[in-house]
Ligand binder design. Structure first.
Ligand code: ADP
Ligand code: SF4
Length: 687
């Protein structure tokens, strides 16, 4: 039964000619699959429909070939050929009464056109703005181009209608999308009637919405996603100017979709942004318009969602990441099962799928983007196979997820953990600066396990090979994790770094509570979050910290999770000295020998302790021990032994939850030999 405090979230509300069944609004989000994996993306959106979302959007859709953002894989609606794939998605979205929305994007100054090879066109000329400083400039749209662009939007709207969508979102936030580029003085330096005053800068969006209304307005709702603040002061489109714009054009779209002015700000990780972080920027805007308003803020708490609707700040609760982590969030709120919500942890691993051209993963929801490829459902498991019992050794993210998913399949599960607490690396990492929300990986699973009668959990149980051979479990899953190396072996060094007397601490040592004092050199050859987090920890503990890395950026890989800039800023604010493009070649008593990554030029850095953030070694001794005793398995009743997660190969937490889930899915599954373990879509050859 729905908690009466949350009932407001289930009141229907009109958006233009349509009515949304509730206030749960899945705003557009990338997924790494896009046009390359149409059936996978359609199935993913279909699962959200089943999960109760009232409105479900596509990712951004390139609406014309003259503006595309290769290598990022989104949707394309360039010609009629693109309609069937999008129709498949809209049909999946509408299966449970949700409204289906398509986001149309013309990227302008953000589109390098590496694929179409067209000369990019933007509001004003200038270098293309992407993550990679591409050596390409855009020319300015002339008046004929603007007329063409208006027609292309109408063409795209007509195709969207044919593709079965109910809503069109025009993209003008996050720094992306031609509408933001027209509105902002930072990207609009035109001297004609499209530039200068706010009235002039908003002319284009007024024209496009007018054209589209004439074309499809009778049956489609038109929404405008617009920047809340570009965060570059008066130079850009500020929050104050947004309010002026909405004040002047309150009834222009059928709904205002408010999102921050840069993607990094809007999709801020939990390390830097709280839930509902955009509330201040949104408050009061609804009073400027008679149209409904949607906003985002990594909402996972139905109390916060209901409050925002009740107090009149938002009409719809916009969610991207929370809908990825738990596609069934609305159904769970409706059924009064808020404690079952698998809350997004704000790690932005999902974003990295888009940034790397892979397919997105989610740390919390291993089935994300596997709905079609592997037939995985976020709430339902495949039926139990022929065996009955599984021993899972190690209660980190891999072991916890394996135990949870196995118990849903109906196996009798024993989960043995050497330590005093469940959670493995997550139990330790959640205590580091900014990472407390990551504890949700453990919290969700521990609670779910506590509700299952067929799972027994054993703490302080460091198992040996002999223990396992004596227990009689049919399947053994080794999820014993990994340890950070102290010897510096990672990418730069394939052999240990010579050390003649420098004390070295590893991330495991720091997480166990040890603290360096005095001058600390933190060497980061891992390049994800750990180096930056520990530099912050040591600085907070009063150390004089120098972060040395062979990379050109602090926490280099975190550019893929939209955190890198914020990490650098935070370290600078904490007084951490940052030394880039530099390795270490030797450790001595009282000093570190550094070397330029390009020239090899050496220097000495005085230090009292080195914190070594290099690579990790798998804790696979138990697995290897069991493999060496394979001859004894039959007598012990053992049918299978597998090693998963960090114990197989260390990786991010998302890799571990995926491994745990996959293990649970595949117990008792027939060997597939050389066949591909997932479905893929192969394009049909043209003539
Ligand atoms: P992953 O990320 O793959 O889940 P973690 O390092 O987070 O790995 O978790 C591994 C867990 O396994 C740790 O909590 C560790 O205490 C536990 N563990 C390691 N060896 C044993 C063992 N022999 N018996 C039981 N638990 C173990
Ligand atoms: Fe949230 Fe991380 Fe999942 Fe993205 S990958 S939806 S940020 S838990």
């Amino acid at each position: 039964m729905t908690d009466p405090r949350h009932e407001i979230l289930f009141t229907p509300l009109a958006i233009g000619p349509h009515v949304a069944k509730n206030r749960f609004y899945q705003v557009p989000h990338c997924n790494g699959g896009g046009y390359r994996d149409p059936s996978a993306v359609a199935a993913m959106r279909g699962v959200k429909a089943e999960g109760g979302w009232g409105v479900i959007f596509t990712e951004q859709t390139e609406m014309h070939h003259s503006s595309e953002i290769t290598p990022f894989i989104e949707q394309r609606l360039w010609e009629d050929q693109d309609i069937p794939a999008l129709r498949k998605m809209s049909e999946a979205m509408k299966t449970h009464g949700a409204l289906a929305g398509i986001q149309l994007a013309y990227s302008g100054i953000n589109g390098p056109n590496f694929y179409s090879r067209e000369v990019p066109m933007a509001v004003s000329p200038g270098p293309i703005r992407t993550f990679t400083n591409d050596p390409v400039q855009a020319r300015a749209l002339d008046k004929a181009d603007i007329r063409n662009l208006r027609r292309w939007f109408v063409n795209a709207a007509r195709r969207s209608k044919l593709a079965g969508f109910d809503l069109i979102c025009l993209y003008g936030a996050h720094g992306f999308g031609i509408f933001q580029h027209f509105l902002s003085r930072a990207t609009n330096q035109r001297g004609d009637e499209y530039g200068g005053s706010l009235e002039n800068r908003s002319r284009f969006v007024r024209e496009v919405i007018g054209d589209m209304r004439d074309a499809v307005g009778d049956c489609m709702a038109l929404t405008l996603r617009v920047s809340l603040d570009e965060t570059i002061g008066d130079l850009g489109f500020s929050n104050a100017e947004l309010r002026d714009f909405i004040g002047m054009n309150g009834d222009l779209p059928d709904l205002w979709d408010l999102a921050h002015g840069t993607w990094e700000e809007c999709s801020g990780p939990s390390r830097f942004k709280e839930e509902a972080a955009q509330e201040e920027l949104v408050r009061g805007i609804r009073e400027l318009t008679s149209r409904p308003v949607v906003g985002v803020g990594r909402f996972t708490s139905p109390d916060v969602m209901a409050r925002l609707v009740r107090q009149g700040t938002l009409d719809f609760i916009g969610c991207a990441r929370p809908s990825i982590a738990d596609p069934f969030l609305p159904v769970k709120v409706q059924e009064g099962r808020s404690e079952d919500i698998r809350e997004c942890i704000g790690c932005n691993i999902c974003v990295s799928g888009d940034m790397t051209g892979g397919i997105s993963r989610c740390t919390q929801n291993p089935s994300f983007m596997e709905e079609w490829r592997k037939g995985w459902h976020p709430e339902r498991m495949n039926p139990k196979g022929e065996s009955q019992s599984v021993l899972v050794v190690g209660a980190g993210p891999a072991g916890l997820e394996a135990a949870r998913a196995l118990s849903l399949r109906g196996y009798d599960v024993a989960l043995a953990e050497a330590g005093d607490a469940l959670g493995g690396r997550v139990a330790r990492e959640r205590l580091l600066p900014g990472l407390s929300a990551w504890g949700r990986v453990a919290d969700y699973r521990i609670y779910q396990l506590s509700q299952r009668a067929n799972v027994e959990t054993y703490l302080q149980s460091r198992l040996t090979v002999e223990d396992i051979l004596s227990f009689g479990f049919q399947n053994v899953c080794i999820a014993t994790g990994s340890q950070w190396r102290a010897d510096g072996v990672a990418r730069m060094h394939v052999a240990p770094v010579p050390n003649t007397g420098m004390p070295v601490l590893t991330p495991d040592d720091l997480m166990a509570g040890q603290r360096p004092t005095g001058r600390v050199v933190l060497f980061d050859d891992d390049h994800y979050y750990m180096g930056g987090v520990l530099a912050e920890l040591c600085a907070r503990a009063g150390c004089e910290v120098t972060l040395v890395t062979p990379a050109a950026f602090v926490s280099d890989w975190s550019r893929n999770t939209l955190e890198q800039g914020a990490i650098h800023r935070r370290l600078a604010a904490a007084g951490v000295k940052i030394v880039l493009n530099t390795g270490i070649t030797a450790l001595e008593a009282g000093a570190v020998v550094t070397a330029c990554a390009y020239t090899g030029a050496e220097a000495r850095l005085e230090a009292d302790t080195v914190v070594m953030v290099a690579s990790r070694t798998s804790d696979d001794a138990l697995y290897q021990g069991l493999m060496a005793r394979q001859a004894d398995w039959a007598d012990a009743g053992i049918r299978s032994v597998k090693v998963i997660g960090d114990a197989a190969a260390p990786g991010p937490i998302a890799w571990a939850t995926y491994a745990g889930h996959r293990y649970a899915r595949e117990v008792d599954m027939a060997e597939i030999g050389d066949a591909l373990p997932f479905r893929r879509e192969v394009v049909a050859l043209q003539g």
